[in-house]
Design a protein around this ligand. Structure first.
Ligand code: NOJ
Ligand code: CA
Length: 715
């Protein structure tokens, strides 16, 4: 929609939009002038609106809170004198997509005063060239002390029936396939979008999760999310689908309350990233910039990790996490060595050594071992509160010997803590569990939150659990431990402040390829949505697409080509990357596996070459501290040819490029493992048309040519 309201607006003038006029008291421009924010009152309600170039992004939208047992903070306001500031700094992340990140914004702090109660609500707006962030602030003296949020009342009024890339609102899982539809179609499609893996806590037929990617008919890309989710409940968006107005819908606690706050305090930032070029959304660092700088004095122990794991064999159903099938064991009461083993336990010492040998031979940093500790057989027992103690290995997992064996070969084991969502139990054992890791030389833990949260009634994305996830990360930092939390709340850029949070799953990962499959377009959407808040442990690298070859009882097929799997190491940015398949499958295709061995984990620069959510993404990244580049491209269920322009390379230099592409007859449904590798030279003037099969992709590894490679033909 062309900007409707601002055409008529001037400071202080009443502009009619919706039922009441929007009285604009302050305007703010982004540093380059493309975005304009208007702030004021709609009647007596705090209100804001946002435009990009000549387009409306957010129509006048109201702000505020409903409180429990107290008058609401939604109307009866007058505006006080706003404060302005500008900020421009460049900072260096510990790890990241680029070596430097510019944090450049103009700021407006607006006090809204409610004379009838003597209370005030401050809203701090930061306007960047790529979007807006704003948060509520409750300083000392705002008239509130301890208070309970009944609901946050933030609106995001859309200017039309945009296309949305959405997953259902849910307080406990994000492990959904995406639906692409008009806003007006969400209600009708909601039931179909709720898959059997859903947690069944959907709260509304038009409720969706963030980060929400939208596209307008004029070709504007709008992304709504939040940054710095600290001591607060995660925000969902509930759509008024007659007027296309989203309103915030916080995750409730066990009593139905939405948050317990105590002034002075602030809310997370609400973020709106916007551009007319989809690539800018992927390149945006707005969410990171809105987080606090690194809180750790020493980060020298935080390192990107490439790993393999005793994992896919359990996910596909070939092996088990549990050592015994007897569900009767209780911690401290059973001699596990006397239990009858089920004969399918994956984490047995012999098997773990096989993975360690493989990791050492192929240059991996770590080996994840799941199912190493007692408790798995009792998962559904009534004592879930105390299933795991995170320190007692099963009798066939020799923790001391295996760590020694690994270290001798230059490899570390990666710890696994499945908490079964019993957060109190985990906190109770955390210190001992991290101590054990320190004792044996583990530097990273993958944690998980499968199942209903204990204490009962709490939700994965409520304030209680969000506090827990951050507590675990902070405690881990004290032990110099990196954290990769799976079913934790979707990230909101907190890895800037705590860079030992090196990964999260918090979305539908590769595991679902073994649970029936994920739509090919999934990986063309995740970078626009889930990855806005931080890296994802997507666990790519599957080379055997027919899961029944691993477990005859599992008829799942991986809905992706092999070349697409390689591309994911570049398109799904993460400093933590797994090669998820079984060693024997990599041994079948050693030439393709070479890409996974070589690909970097940390970057000096990233260039998004082409992108369209739901369709394709092509990105080139320059490895940190080296002149090497890696390129990845993925497509949805349509085959397509993309033109790669190598102008990101240093001019005047010659490079050798290895292209891992779909074979001409590759197809994710009929011939997913067919690939073709070609090698040749490229330079900054090179152009290359690369065909991607249905559900396919490509990967390129590029390094400077040696003198003896002068005779190589062009790629
Ligand atoms: C779900 C995680 O996503 C998966 O990676 C893990 O293996 C299981 N939980 C068990 O913890
Ligand atoms: Ca998961």
């Amino acid at each position: 929609m062309k900007r409707l309201f601002l055409l008529f607006a001037s400071l202080g003038a009443g502009v009619c939009c919706g039922t009441e006029p929007f009285d604009v008291s302050d305007e703010l421009s982004s540093p380059d002038g493309t975005l304009t924010l208007s702030v004021g009152l709609m009647g007596s309600k705090p209100c804001y609106a946002l435009t990009y170039k000549e387009y409306d992004v957010i129509l006048p939208s109201t702000l505020g809170f409903d409180l429990k047992d107290a008058p609401s903070l939604t109307e009866g306001f007058v505006t006080g004198r706003a404060e302005r500031a500008s900020f421009d700094e460049t900072w260096e992340p510990v790890w990241g997509e680029t070596r430097h990140i510019r944090n450049h914004y103009n700021e407006l702090l607006v006090p809204f005063e409610q004379p009838s109660t003597g209370r005030s609500l401050l809203v701090r707006f930061r306007l960047y060239d790529d979007g807006l962030g704003f948060r509520y602030e409750f300083p000392e003296g705002c008239g509130l002390n301890h208070f309970v949020v009944a609901e946050e009342r933030t609106q995001f009024a859309m200017s039309g029936d945009h296309t949305a890339f959405w997953i259902p609102g849910d307080y406990d899982t994000q492990e959904y396939d995406y639906t692409v539809s008009r806003l007006s179609e969400i209600r009708g499609l909601m039931d179909g979008a709720i898959t059997e893996n859903a947690s069944q806590t959907q709260f509304s037929p038009t409720g969706v999760q963030t980060a929400l990617q939208l596209k307008t008919d004029e070709g504007l890309y709008i992304n709504i999310h939040e940054a710095a989710l600290v001591d607060y409940s995660a925000m969902h968006l509930d759509l008024d689908d007659r007027n296309f107005v989203f309103r915030s819908w916080l995750t409730p606690d066990a009593c139905g309350d939405k948050g317990h706050l105590q002034a002075p305090c602030v809310s997370p930032w609400r973020t709106v990233i916007v551009s007319d070029d989809a690539r800018d959304i992927l390149a945006s660092k707005l969410v990171l910039n809105l987080n606090e700088p690194c809180a750790l004095d020493d980060t020298s122990w935080i390192r990107p990790v490439k790993y393999v794991g005793v994992w896919w064999e359990m996910i596909t159903g070939k092996s088990s996490w549990a050592y015994t099938d007897l569900p009767s064991v209780r911690l401290g009461h059973t001699d596990y060595a006397a239990c009858t083993p089920n004969g399918r336990h994956g984490a047995n010492s012999e098997n773990v050594k096989r993975y360690i040998d493989f990791a050492a031979e192929h240059g991996f940093d770590q080996v994840l071992v799941e199912g190493w500790n007692v408790g798995w057989e009792d998962w559904f027992g009534k004592t879930k509160e105390q299933v795991f103690d995170f320190v007692t290995p099963y009798p066939d997992f020799d923790i001391e010997e295996l760590n020694r064996y690994a270290h001798e070969r230059g490899v570390r084991l990666m710890m696994h803590h499945e908490t079964s969502s019993s957060t109190r139990n985990y906190e109770r054992h955390m210190e001992e569990a991290y101590d054990l890791m320190n004792r044996y030389g583990y530097t990273a833990v993958k944690s998980g939150y499968v199942g209903d949260i204990l204490p009962r009634g709490e939700h994965h994305y409520g304030q209680w659990c969000n506090d827990h996830y951050l507590y675990a990360v902070k405690r881990a930092a004290e032990h110099r431990i990196m954290v990769n939390a799976h079913e934790a709340v979707r990230p909101t850029g907190l890895c800037r402040t705590y860079p030992n949070l090196i990964g999260n799953e918090s979305a539908r990962g590769t595991e679902y390829q073994a649970f029936g499959g994920s739509k090919p377009h999934h990986v063309t959407i995740l970078p626009f949505t889930r990855l806005q808040g931080g890296p994802m442990d997507y666990t790519p690298g599957i080379f055997c697409m027919d899961i029944s070859k691993i477990n005859p009882d599992n008829r799942s097929r991986v809905l992706s080509t092999l070349a697409n799997q390689l591309a994911l190491y570049v398109t799904m940015y993460s400093p933590l990357q797994m090669a998820a398949d079984l060693p024997e499958h990599y041994e079948r295709y050693p030439d393709a596996f070479r890409f996974i061995e070589e690909v970097a984990l940390d970057w000096d620069d990233s260039r998004y070459l082409a992108a369209e959510p739901g369709q394709y993404i092509v990105v080139a990244r320059k490895a940190k501290g080296s002149g090497a580049w890696f390129v990845g491209g993925v497509t949805n269920e349509e085959a397509r040819t993309v033109k790669v322009d190598f102008d990101f390379l240093d001019s005047g230099k010659r490079y050798v490029a290895t292209l891992y592409a779909d074979a001409p007859d590759a197809d994710y449904e009929t011939n997913p493992e067919a690939y073709r590798i070609t090698r040749g030279t490229v330079d900054a003037q090179s152009r290359l048309a690369v065909r991607m099969a249905r559900g396919g992709g490509f990967a390129l590894s590029i390094r400077e040519a040696g003198e003896d490679e002068a005779a190589l033909p062009a790629l």
